[in-house]
Design a protein around this ligand. Structure first.
Ligand code: PLP
Length: 370
């Protein structure tokens, strides 16, 4: 059988085996509703409490600052839609649609949103943010790392500006959590969105970090779970799996980063040796393993399909955009020439990729492009 290579880890990752094993008892034996006060529910109550503490420790937060959600999309919706309509929100033009479409909904409700344009290298600069601040700005929301380019934002500088003006600072850290070290206090973050399936946890679970003392609005009304902010019976197995996956990712960050950097170097040097004409997008400071490559005058969509036929899964843009044949809003935001933008693919290695995968992808690309 033909070997297949999965290199779209920015879209989703394989569930970690230890996370899976940790989830199993909560799917079968330990099924008590955590809200019930009897002894039968004690294990699930305890499991949620432990998961909250583990997750908080991974990002330098307090456990009561972690609110479980159904994933990155919900966390982003919550952060954005909590604002009052007489406030302004400042965000960037190349956020994920979970943020952008929440901002559009906020505008439909009478709110005002300002969209900052990134530089060609995919950076939101302090100067651009400072220039955008005027009027009653209630929230600044800038992603920690871009999902198509991998570019890591200067979050500490941006949050300092936010704090100087007394504005709340939210970051969509869905691509970054578990991949680069994050300390919410050192980075000056007031709210942070994360999603388990991006760091080898289960799909359909995530969290929103909300700094203590931050004015937050309950997002889902009901039975009072998550301290009355996000009601609904907890998905205990998923929460447990997320905590195990995050701790493993964070504990292994140095080792995984070294491996992912090696895979990147191999791929790029093999392409160079094969004399392939390519441009790497996203500047110098990108997430380990995430590579946005443009092949001038080629068609990214066609490259993706031809690689697929060779058993290799990569993306043309963000997963949610992959049926859209137009140039993505991210590539438009960095003003990539449209002939170059059309020939763009995203390769995102994960810790489960082998060295051989990088060589084989370069070889397949060479076959497809020459
Ligand atoms: N934000 C970013 C930057 C993402 O990359 C994604 C998913 O691709 C999301 C939000 C949405 O997260 P989820 O799939 O958990 O809803």
């Amino acid at each position: 059988m033909k070997r297949s290579i999965y290199a779209d880890n920015a879209a989703t990752t394989q569930l970690d085996i230890d996370a899976f094993e940790a989830m199993k008892p909560y799917m079968l034996q330990e099924f008590g509703n955590p809200s019930q006060k009897y002894a039968f529910s004690r294990p699930t109550r305890k499991a949620i409490q432990n998961a909250r503490t583990t997750i908080a420790n991974c990002i330098g937060a307090q456990s009561e600052e972690i609110f479980f959600t159904s994933g990155g999309t919900e966390s982003d919706n919550w952060a954005i839609k909590s604002r009052k309509k007489d406030e302004y929100i400042i965000t960037s033009a190349f956020e994920h649609h979970a943020v952008l479409n929440s901002c559009i909904a906020f505008e439909h409700n009478g709110g005002t949103v300002k969209y900052i344009t990134p530089t060609k290298d995919g950076i939101i600069t302090s100067e651009a943010l400072e220039a955008a601040i005027e009027g009653n700005v209630g929230l600044i929301s800038i992603m920690l790392a871009n999902n198509e380019l991998g570019t890591i934002q200067p979050i500490k500088e941006l949050s300092q500006i936010s704090r100087k003006h007394g504005i709340l600072f939210h970051t969509d850290a869905v691509q970054a959590v578990g991949h680069i070290p994050i300390d919410v206090n050192a980075l000056g973050i007031d709210m942070l969105s994360a999603s388990a399936h991006k760091f080898h946890g289960p799909r359909g679970v995530g969290f929103l970090y909300i700094r203590s003392g931050t004015h937050a609005v309950p997002f889902i009304d009901g039975g009072g779970q998550e301290n009355g902010y996000r009601a609904g019976t907890e998905n205990v197995p998923a929460i447990v799996g997320m905590a195990v996956a995050l701790k493993k990712s964070c504990d292994g960050i140095d080792q995984f980063t070294t491996h992912l950097n090696t895979l990147e170097d191999i791929l790029l040097s093999d392409l160079t040796t094969a004399k392939i004409n390519f441009i790497r997008n996203g500047g110098a400071n990108t997430l380990p393993g995430l590579i946005s490559l443009s092949f001038p005058e080629k068609d990214g969509e066609a490259i993706m399909h031809r690689l697929d036929l060779l058993g290799i899964a990569v993306s043309t843009g963000s997963a949610c955009n992959s049926r859209d044949t137009e140039v993505s809003h991210v590539l438009r935001a960095i003003k990539l020439d449209s002939d170059i933008a059309k020939g763009t693919i995203r390769i995102s290695f994960g810790r489960n990729n082998a060295i051989q995968d990088a060589h084989e992808i370069a070889e397949a690309l060479t076959k497809v492009l020459l």
